[in-house]
Write a protein that binds this ligand. Structure first.
Ligand code: SAM
Length: 213
């Protein structure tokens, strides 16, 4: 069943077992929630979940949580899960702004940010998911040496992200301005937006950063 309207989306999310309700109740006890000691990787702004689900199918030894702000988008991921269920993927519908209320210090091993909204106006810079404000939130939940992996075709957003990471004292582990013509391509899992932009011929930028506390 396709759920196109928002009300239907909310109802579906409320009854779907793959969606974690009241995720703040698991803060500090995600290992108990999953019932295992496996690493926890999250994708923020996962959209329809193509990337996350492909990654999860390849890596059953990792627990994945997809975070998406909009119910109407998240239901698309739930529809995909119905077609090909995966045990190691769960979802949270929330604004990433609240992420430190959901995970405690060191509970997350890796964060993926893919083709995040650019918020081009200067006055909206702090809404960008790679702004210093968001980097500080990620720093509160990532384990020591935990990484952020960011891809985008938006060169302005990428340059901004590199600057913010440097200013906030993060270390750059990998950086390419043209992933698809680089040594880093093998093993790359394409996101929905990435497929679209690669078809158009846009170069894809990728960075990996970590923060030493
Ligand atoms: N990552 C997917 C991809 O690469 O195909 C989707 C990219 S889409 C441009 C950005 C997604 O991030 C949208 O689904 C949007 O709703 C979500 N998003 C934007 N801001 C967010 C926030 N603050 N918290 C959670 N999700 C957010």
């Amino acid at each position: 069943m396709r759920l196109r309207n928002v009300k239907g989306s909310r109802d579906e999310i409320a009854r779907n077992d793959y969606v974690i309700k009241n995720p703040e109740n698991n803060r500090g006890s995600w290992k108990e929630y999953f019932g295992n000691d496996r690493p926890v990787h999250i994708e923020i702004g996962m959209g329809k979940g193509k990337f996350l689900m492909e990654l999860a199918a390849r890596n059953p030894e990792i627990n994945y949580i997809g975070i998406e702000k909009y119910s109407s988008v998240l239901v698309r991921a739930l529809e995909k899960m119905e077609e090909a269920p995966l045990e190691n993927v769960h979802f949270i519908r929330m604004d990433a702004e609240y992420i430190p209320m959901v995970f405690s210090v060191g509970e997350v091993d890796q964060i993926y940010l893919n083709f995040s909204d650019p918020w081009p106006k200067d006055r909206h810079a702090k809404r960008r998911l790679t702004s210093r404000q968001f980097l500080s939130r990620y720093d509160q939940i990532l384990k020591e040496e935990g990484k952020i992996i960011f891809k985008t075709d938006n060169r302005d957003l990428f340059n901004f992200s590199l600057e913010e990471a440097e200013l906030a004292g993060w270390t750059l582990d990998l950086c390419t301005f043209d992933l698809h013509h680089s040594q880093y391509l093998p093993g790359n899992v394409m996101t929905e937006y990435e497929e679209k932009f690669v078809k158009k011929g846009n170069p894809i930028c990728k960075m990996v950063i970590h923060h030493e506390n």
